[in-house]
Design a protein around this ligand. Sequence first.
Ligand code: GLU
Length: 273
Amino acid sequence: MIVTRFAPSPTGYLHLGHAFSAFNAWRRARDVGGRFLLRLEDIDPTRCRPEYADAIQEDLAWFGLDWDGPVRVQSQHLPDYSAALDRLAERGLIYPCFCTRADIAASAAAPHGPDGAPLYPGTCRHRSPSERADRIAAGERFALRLDMTAANRPNLDYEEEEIGRTICHPEQFGDVVLARKDTPASYHLCVTHDDAIQGITLVTRAIDLKPATDLHRLLQALMGWPSPAYAHHRLLTDDTGKRLAKRDKAVTLRSLRAEGISARTIIQRLDYQ
Ligand code: GLU
């Protein structure tokens, strides 16, 4: 059975780009009698707000999308992510990183990963176990990074719909952060973990997340999680061709609703774009 999901972060109100993504995932499941799940990716305490989490559910329901089972709220599952990190730590595949953003910006010779973040220069990779223990005991805050050289696997690929087997190059991300200083998890870890335990068979999401799939595939291989199929869809743009984004106050479902526009009209508009 096909299982899809919509996994927004509650950092603002849903806009047309989200509506497109959610409708896509919902329709792919419902067309074939499959399951459609809703997951709130709210592990970033600095950006996520409970009122947006409520609004997302209200807006989706108004939009006519129903989901199966309870909503999975990531912030309620932090011990699950810690357990996954413990498994990687036992195999020596992650290490604590004490660097600040400024340290990294100052030392990186400016190469950036596919997500736009500066590639980590590896400063903390070879610290001794005793130095690590001392610094942690002294209360220094740290992130956990994947040791990409030790962790990477050859010949990883995944199924991209309409394209076929797609080769992965997770090394482009360098020693990526799997647990942040302020929260014991990261987007990459949580999304991969949850897709696995929720039994997602088809991940539909926007094309801007396609590079991250290489890394997600590596985490699946390391953790023994299944590899779902992926269908990365185009990004919705505004009249000037610019991608819709929350920070630009892209048209929200709420504002369209307040103007008296129906969900049906929005769906027709999305379909034709
Ligand atoms: N939470 C992510 C976002 O809102 C989407 C994650 C995903 O679909 O894989 O951008």
